[in-house]
Design a protein around this ligand. Structure first.
Ligand code: SAM
Length: 276
């Protein structure tokens, strides 16, 4: 894992696209086998269904293999799902068709940075699960483009990779791997390896994320940490070996994750914003 000295936006986007194309076929299976990811996903889905009533039209930003889009469509929402990886879009199409949900889910191969090409505005809400917004080259621009797609009062529910993951700090400091321990504090895009390729990732504090969206007219509805007491998803081996401990830790997250002073930490954070 290394910091970027210089990468063009175009190259960063292409690297990231290639990385996700390569892993698309096995992605959903791996994520569903990971108890931490399953818990994080459940929290995000609950936040979406609290914020938008069934029947509403949702925009899935970075849908990956389409698990959330299918879940929400089955729960009565209409969903437009977009992703920058054509292989991920292929997986979503297969899932939606297989479940007979084509009438409720529209699938488009489109980057979040290209939202201006979407013609179905206004949406009642948008969501982005497990970090697609960390891969967007210009978050301010993405916020403006999203604002143009949402109806006034529409919401964004986003689970975003944060900067201060307590587990990671302890783990890598104990191993005296200071570079790795500090990686999330890098400004700008960081080269994160995925299966021999690179996902260009911008780690953000909730406050940085919120200011990009505030400039586009969004205000915060709620914020909580996701993965504060609970370990990050890449410690799935540990999580699988200690199911009772994992459930105690996720309960602790559920209890204290929204506390001021704690909610800006965590492997991810879950933020709900409302468009003006
Ligand atoms: C960690 S996966 C999460 C996928 C999905 N939201 C889920 O919960 O399973 C990140 C996804 O973001 C997509 N992505 C990365 N950069 C993107 C961009 N600029 N625009 C749209 N999607 C992007 C990737 O192709 C990948 O499918």
């Amino acid at each position: 894992m290394g910091m970027s000295t210089y990468i063009t936006t175009r190259d960063a986007l292409l690297d990231t696209q290639q990385a996700f194309d390569d892993v698309a076929a096995g992605y959903d299976g791996a994520n569903e086998a990971n108890p931490v990811i399953r818990w994080m996903r459940a929290r995000t889905i609950a936040a979406i269904t609290r914020a938008v009533a069934p029947g509403g039209h949702l925009l899935d930003l970075g849908c990956g293999p389409g698990r959330d889009a299918a879940t929400l469509a089955a729960a009565g929402y209409r969903v437009t799902a977009v992703d920058w990886s054509s292989a991920m879009i292929g997986q979503t199409l297969r899932r939606v068709t297989g479940a007979g949900l084509e009438g409720r889910v529209r699938v488009r191969h489109l980057g979040i940075h290209q939202l201006d090409r979407l013609d179905t505005a206004p949406f009642d809400g948008a969501y982005s699960d497990l970090g697609p917004l960390n891969c967007v080259p210009d978050l301010d621009e993405a916020a403006r483009r999203l604002a143009a797609q949402l109806r006034p009062g529409g919401v964004l529910v986003a689970s975003v990779i944060g900067r201060l993951c307590p587990w990671e700090l302890v783990l890598y400091s104990a191993r005296r791997n200071w570079t790795r321990a500090a990686i999330r504090f890098a400004p700008g895009l960081v080269a994160v390896p995925l299966n021999g390729r690179t996902v260009w990732t911008r780690y953000v504090w909730p406050s940085e994320f919120e200011s990009a969206f505030a400039a586009a007219g969004f205000t915060r509805v709620s914020l909580c940490a996701l993965g504060l007491a609970a370990p990050p998803p890449y410690l799935e081996g540990f999580a699988a070996r200690h199911p009772r401990l994992l459930s105690a830790l996720t309960r602790a997250d559920d209890l204290v994750g929204a506390w001021p002073g704690l909610r800006q930490w965590g492997d991810h954070f879950l933020i709900v914003l409302r468009a003006s």
